[in-house]
Write a protein that binds this ligand. Structure first.
Ligand code: NAP
Length: 309
């Protein structure tokens, strides 16, 4: 069943592209309009069929839309919200896919007219790629989409948005925005920052990076470089807009790192062994929960096979 007849995508990159392809996969009649910052992205999105029509401005793209999805870097959301506000259809739902929720609520919420439903969201799915050609239809399959509705959110509007995400293959959970922001740091933001740091350290140590890093990168470092290749604009905005939760988790991380450093210095093998045993169990529980495969190569061979289908 078609949940919304007309969906407007503001931003036409990895996430918006994947939403479009997942919608099209369902074969339901849905009109998709969109916009992006550059003419080149808008044209590419049109050429590869992500949208039925593109517009130069967000204000034009949202006209008549039943669902408007803000899929731009977090720092761009306030300006777009102000631009689209007078052009939104009465009864429309406005959502977003930003990786931080409290800051988006503060940035977008004040611009939203009373006659629309604003329900922030965050699909917990992504890759290090960006741009309209990086999207794929199964990105959200079996992944969580966290919705953080304000207290007075209309129940029917929330049910419809949940149904929409389930239609794209996702599982939906309702969460408080502040709690979301802390959870997101632990599972996504801090790991990205640590990967950026590790790759930066290796780069600084030019003695190591000249050849060794490239030649021998089948080890763990390779996976750090994949994460550290993620979009700089997106991740700059994530850290600028999730400051408190990030600093809290980094404080904990630093304490743990010091404990491990101490164990290495004092030769406390039992401490290291117990620590690594506990973390291995975490990996097992992620596989048991169906959020990754047990295949070697971090499941990428399996993912590549799925991509071909
Ligand atoms: P992306 O591939 O880099 O795409 C961003 C899109 O936003 C591009 O089409 C860009 O247009 C457009 N854009 C940027 N500034 C704009 C503006 N002022 N007005 C209109 N369009 C603008 O990014 P993405 O990975 O899809 O991320 C989009 C959002 O999803 C971000 O808020 C991010 O936090 C969130 N998210 C990302 C992931 C992930 O893993 N990537 C996962 C979950 C959530 P141009 O191409 O013309 O610059």
């Amino acid at each position: 069943m078609t949940v919304y007849n007309h969906v407007a995508l503001i931003g036409l990159g990895l996430i918006a592209g994947s939403i479009s392809l997942a919608l099209r996969r369902n074969g339901q009649p849905v009109k998709i309009t969109g916009t992006a910052r550059s003419a080149q992205t808008r044209q590419t999105a049109l050429d590869i069929g992500l949208v039925d029509a593109v517009f130069d401005t967000a204000a034009e793209a949202v006209k008549g839309a039943d669902l408007v999805i803000l899929a731009v870097p977090i720092g761009a959301m306030a300006g777009i919200a102000a631009d689209i506000a007078p052009h939104l259809k009465t009864g429309a739902t406005v959502t977003d896919v930003g990786s931080v929720k409290s800051a988006v609520i503060d940035a977008v919420g004040p611009h939203m007219p009373k006659n629309v439903h604003f329900i922030p969201g965050h699909p917990m799915a992504g890759t290090e790629k960006s741009g309209p050609e990086s999207g794929f239809a199964h990105l959200f399959d079996n992944r969580w989409c966290l919705l953080t509705p304000p207290k007075d959110t209309d129940k029917n509007a929330l049910a419809k948005l949940s149904e929409f995400w389930q239609g794209l293959g996702a599982m939906v959970e309702i969460m408080d925005a502040k709690h979301h922001d802390l959870v997101a740091v632990v599972i996504s933001h801090a790991p990205h920052l640590i990967a950026y740091t590790m790759v930066g350290v290796a780069d600084d140590m030019s003695r190591v990076t000249e050849q060794e890093v490239v030649n021998y990168s089948a080890a763990g470092f390779r996976d750090f470089t994949r994460i550290a290749a993620s979009d700089p604009t997106m991740w700059r905005d994530v850290f600028l807009h999730n400051k408190d939760a990030t600093l809290e988790v980094l404080g904990r991380f630093t304490e743990e790192l010091f404990a491990l450093q101490r164990a290495i210095r004092t030769g406390d093998g039992d401490f290291l062994f117990d620590y690594f045993t506990r973390t291995r169990d975490v990996r097992r529980s992620i596989i048991d929960a169906g959020q990754d495969t047990d295949a070697v190569d971090f499941g990428r061979v399996a993912a590549a096979e799925t991509d071909k289908k």
